[in-house]
Design a protein around this ligand. Structure first.
Ligand code: AMP
Length: 283
């Protein structure tokens, strides 16, 4: 596997590939890799001639500085995993390489209401930071296919919007891959590495709550159901930010369900200082 840390090296290499007509797949990550990340890589390997992955813990998408400082970094293991899984190239840039003008001078992306709801509401600035890094990475890597996880449902929508905003529609295809879970249902996440054994034991309750929503949803008012889900997590020892039921196409809150609209359940909840998110299509 080739490893580049410099934008200029990667650009030169990509130019060479482009001349040969290579189809490029791209899997951006923040490292601390797990099977969820590797499933994206595997899907790219099936579709593309080459697969590029990046590892970059993006400081500007962390609204909580403590979360950034404590974000797990396991670069040696990550490199071995990528090599074992036949990744063609790893881009491993420094903060300077991605933000040569510094991290303060980031343009504003018009994300509409996506920025004010759910993750946008509870993590101010987060999606602007996501857009800044993904825009920069797409500009450098220039992929045909971009692989994202459904685990970050709202992020997928934000990146779809970004691609339209920056004129990449029709040039980059987004491929959304299913959420990979541990056998007990917990969605795999780099942050799971920070859970204590007792927190890890409790964590699958988030997925159980989502499944419970799916099993109990009925037409008509759904607010009481959301509230029950929220209260259940609270009683189990979580501090939920939200338990929401939303339109699967645009994430607008659903208060009353007509039985036909495709809906998604979304949860964000803290276990002590670790914030976990998950979602499930409910129908
Ligand atoms: P991250 O390293 O957390 O920024 O994630 C990098 C990519 O992997 C994003 O597109 C995530 O949505 C995706 N991802 C993270 N966890 C999972 C998972 N459990 N299943 C599938 N994809 C995932």
């Amino acid at each position: 596997m080739i490893i580049y840390k410099k934008e200029s090296d990667l650009r030169k290499w990509i130019e060479g590939q482009r001349e040969k007509g290579t189809i490029i797949g791209f899997v951006p990550t923040m490292g601390a890799l797990h099977q969820g990340h590797l499933s994206l890589l595997k899907t790219s390997k099936e579709n593309d001639h080459i697969t590029i992955s990046s590892i970059f813990v993006n400081p500007v998408q962390f609204n909580d500085p403590k979360d950034y400082e404590k974000y797990p970094v396991t670069i040696e293991e990550d490199i071995s995993l990528l090599e074992e899984n036949d990744c063609s190239l790893l881009f491993l840039p420094s903060v300077n390489e991605i933000y040569p003008q510094g991290t303060q001078r980031i343009r504003n992306y018009d994300l509409g209401n996506l920025e004010n709801i759910l993750e946008g509401k509870f993590r101010p600035g987060h999606f602007q930071g996501v857009c800044a890094v993904v825009h920069r990475l797409l500009d450098i890597v220039n992929p045909d296919n971009l692989y994202l996880g459904q685990k970050d449902y709202q992020q997928c929508m934000v990146i779809r919007q970004l691609i339209k905003l920056v004129g990449l529609d029709g040039k980059v295809t987004i491929n959304i891959c299913p959420t990979h879970r541990d056998p007990d249902g917990l969605a795999m996440s780099s942050r799971n590495k920070r859970l204590s054994p007792s927190e890890r034991n409790l964590a699958p309750e988030i997925y159980r709550t989502l499944k419970w929503l799916a099993e109990n949803i009925k037409t008509g008012d759904v607010n009481a159901l959301k509230q029950k889900g929220f209260d259940n997590l609270n009683e189990e020892g979580f501090r939920p930010d939200y338990v929401e039921i939303a339109d699967a196409r645009n994430l607008e809150t659903v208060h009353s369900w007509d039985g036909k609209q495709q809906i998604v359940g979304l949860v964000a909840a803290y276990l002590n200082e670790i914030r976990l998110i998950d979602n499930l299509i409910l129908n």
